[in-house]
Design a protein around this ligand. Structure first.
Ligand SMILES: [Cu+2]
Length: 317
């Protein structure tokens, strides 16, 4: 219901969101008034000054300087107001306060990495403290495509481009969870490129950051590491663990099951097959599924994460 509180716009949750809405409403209301006024005038004058009969010889008015100046100057003033107002807000939205907390954002097909100043990386969920200006330094992975970071409730939207750094900033007014989307159509996994911005109190944020910094991924058992990687690498967007099909097949009961491929061959899903499916997804395509799984090889996943994924899938009987 929260979404309906602000005249059809999602609730305004960043410090500048209400300003963006004010200008939006101004443009909407002025347009509405003009629409009604002009429509009314067209209908009224068409009837009032219509040609009443063949003999009607009322001269046609071709020119009226006063009128023309009026209907040029009034819209000009309105447009200058919109420009000045928009420019002022734009500059504010582009200029982070000097003491902003910086988070590096990397987008790839199909997921997001958020890296904090102490080196902690969170995958697909952005954690930030409330009432603190946050500056995002954003780029898409090299050789990847364009993505765009959009948080409707913050009125924030910015493209991410390979080999370029773009920036944006916001300050969340209160704690809560706010959905973000990728809003640049980027490929078959575009629809899974959404997630949450979790706004925490400063204490909770510090505690979270400290806990993450202390977590030693190298010390985790393989299957446990695999479970974390399943979410952090974005597999969860296309593969379920409960037997239901998503973009790709479920992982439940996959280990040692017989798989049928589009080239007519079949194979038992042993460890070798699982690993191969992750690093060379295009080699064998399961019947009934698209060939759109991204390749997870090279710098995307470490050897240990790959082994962890295989162990994790084996446990899902
Ligand atoms: Cu995207």
């Amino acid at each position: 219901m929260e979404y309906l509180t602000n005249f059809f716009l999602p609730s305004a949750e960043s410090t500048y969101a209400t300003q963006v809405d004010a200008l939006f409403h101004f443009i909407n209301i002025v347009s509405l008034i003009l629409l009604v006024g002009i429509t009314f005038a067209i209908v009224y004058f068409s009837i009032k000054y219509r040609r009443k009969s063949q003999e009607d010889t009322t001269p046609v008015i071709t020119h009226n300087t006063t009128l023309e100046v009026t209907w040029t100057v009034i819209p000009l003033i309105l447009i200058l107001i919109v420009f000045g107002w928009g420019f002022k807000d734009f500059v504010e939205m582009r200029t982070p306060p000097g003491d902003a907390y910086e988070v590096h954002v990397t987008a790839y097909s199909f997921g997001w990495d958020f890296e904090y100043p102490n080196g902690v990386v969170s995958a697909n969920t952005l954690y930030v403290p409330e009432q603190t200006p946050i500056r995002l330094l954003m780029r898409a992975r090299e050789n990847d495509v364009l993505h765009s970071f959009f948080v409707p409730q913050f009125r924030l939207k910015q493209d991410l481009i390979p080999n370029r750094v773009t920036t944006a900033w916001f300050e969340a007014k209160r704690t809560g969870e706010f959905v973000y989307f990728c809003t640049e159509y980027c490929g078959a996994g575009h629809s899974i490129m959404n997630g949450l911005v979790k706004v925490l109190s400063q204490e909770d944020f510090d505690a979270w950051l400290e806990e993450e910094a202390g977590r030693d991924l190298d010390a985790l058992p393989l299957a446990e590491l695999g479970r974390i990687t399943f979410t952090s690498a974005g597999c969860a967007g296309c593969h379920s663990l409960d037997g239901s099909s998503r973009v790709g097949p479920t992982f439940q009961g996959l280990y040692m099951a017989e798989r049928q491929f589009t080239d007519g061959t079949s194979r038992i899903a042993d460890e070798e097959y699982l690993l191969e499916s992750i690093i060379y997804p295009q080699r064998q395509i399961n019947v009934g599924y698209p060939n759109n799984m991204p390749t997870f090889y090279g710098d995307t996943l470490s050897e240990r994460e790959l082994a962890g994924l295989v162990e994790f899938i084996k446990e899902l009987q």
